[in-house]
Design a protein around this ligand. Structure first.
Ligand SMILES: NC(=O)C1=CN([C@@H]2O[C@H](COP(=O)(O)OP(=O)(O)OC[C@H]3O[C@@H](n4cnc5c(N)ncnc54)[C@H](OP(=O)(O)O)[C@@H]3O)[C@@H](O)[C@H]2O)C=CC1
Ligand SMILES: O=C1CO[C@H](CO)[C@@H](O)[C@@H]1O
Length: 276
């Protein structure tokens, strides 16, 4: 499978989404996020993942502006937060995010968490935004199979993306298979294990073998699993390092070794057990 920095997966509605994007959770507005987004776009990233709850959508838009990259060439994602779930509430939250992001449309709008009894109404709002062309693709985050099944029973449109925690300690085998069967693109959050990979001897030794950094091994492993990945960094050297994953390939044996590190360990919250 050959991929390059600008290469994309095709979602089930035909929209193209880059395999690599920049995550911006914890990237602070007022300088940090602006600089990270500007650097990433100048280095060739074409996808940015933010959320209302990250409180940096305005900063993201300033970074885009500073980069000089045309809006039409960028795949921009944001998410509706738990307190804004509901039909009218979600439509309003979308308008507010659009204003902060200084854009007339979004490429991808996601439900951030599967809050029971609320996500179906929010999904109806996302379908409406999709029908009116204000968003090019819609999807969910943190949905287990049972949440996807509930949605299926009420939705006109299947989600195009499910963005969930994914790395070698949490390989999500069943959920990935389900998403693949239903043409839902799987997207990894915390692909770098929030920085917790440095103590893992297996990851370090594979990095050594390929003469790559551990971060590059983790991101390459995502690509070879056909998983969209959105590593976060505010450091230009790392933002660049995280792009250098398209010119080498892991052997199947090494992919298997990384897969076997699975221990169903989360660095973030469990969707069935969250409390925000
Ligand atoms: N839908 C959801 O519920 C969620 C979505 N997300 C999305 O996914 C994105 C990525 O996940 P996130 O949780 O941020 O964590 P990541 O797994 O991307 O790890 C980010 C951490 O790794 C460090 N880092 C980045 N690159 C390197 C490198 N090359 N070498 C060493 N360390 C590195 C960063 O530090 P530094 O910045 O200092 O370089 C930061 O501390 C988020 O930013 C957000 O957009 C995340 C969580 C939940
Ligand atoms: O994207 C996210 C990052 O983690 C946060 C929880 O602490 C949430 O905002 C959300 O899951």
């Amino acid at each position: 499978m050959s991929k390059e920095l600008t290469s994309s997966t095709t979602l089930h509605n035909g929209v193209k989404m880059p395999w690599l994007g920049l995550g911006v959770w914890k990237s602070r507005e007022g300088g940090e996020v602006e600089k990270a987004v500007e650097s990433a776009l100048k280095l060739g990233y074409r996808s940015i993942d933010t959320a209302r709850i990250y409180e940096n959508e305005s900063g993201v838009s300033r970074g885009i502006e500073a980069s000089g990259v045309a809006r039409k060439d960028i795949f921009l994602t944001t998410k509706v937060w738990n307190t804004d779930l509901g039909y009218e509430e979600t439509l309003r939250a979308f308008e507010d995010s659009k204003k902060r992001l200084q854009t007339d449309y979004l490429d991808l709008y996601l439900i951030h968490w599967p809050v029971e009894n609320k996500f179906v109404d929010a999904w109806k709002a996302l379908e409406k935004l999709y029908e009116t062309g204000e968003v090019r693709a819609i999807g969910v985050c943190n949905f287990h199979i049972h949440h996807l099944k509930t949605l299926e029973n009420h939705a006109n449109l299947a989600p195009m993306v499910n963005q969930v925690e994914f790395h070698p300690y949490l390989t999500q085998t069943e959920l990935r298979a389900y998403c693949e069967q239903h043409q839902i693109q799987f997207e990894a959050w915390s692909p770098l294990m929030q920085g917790n990979f440095l103590k893992d001897e297996t990851i370090l030794s594979i990095a050594d073998k390929y003469q790559r950094t551990p971060a590059q091994i983790l991101l390459r492993w995502d690509l070879q699993h056909n998983v969209v990945t959105i590593p976060k960094s505010v450091r230009e050297d790392r933002i660049k390092e995280n792009t250098q994953i398209f010119d080498f390939e892991l052997t199947q044996a090494d992919i298997d070794i990384l897969d076997q590190l699975n221990r169903d360990q989360r660095f973030g919250a469990d969707p069935d057990n969250f409390n925000f």
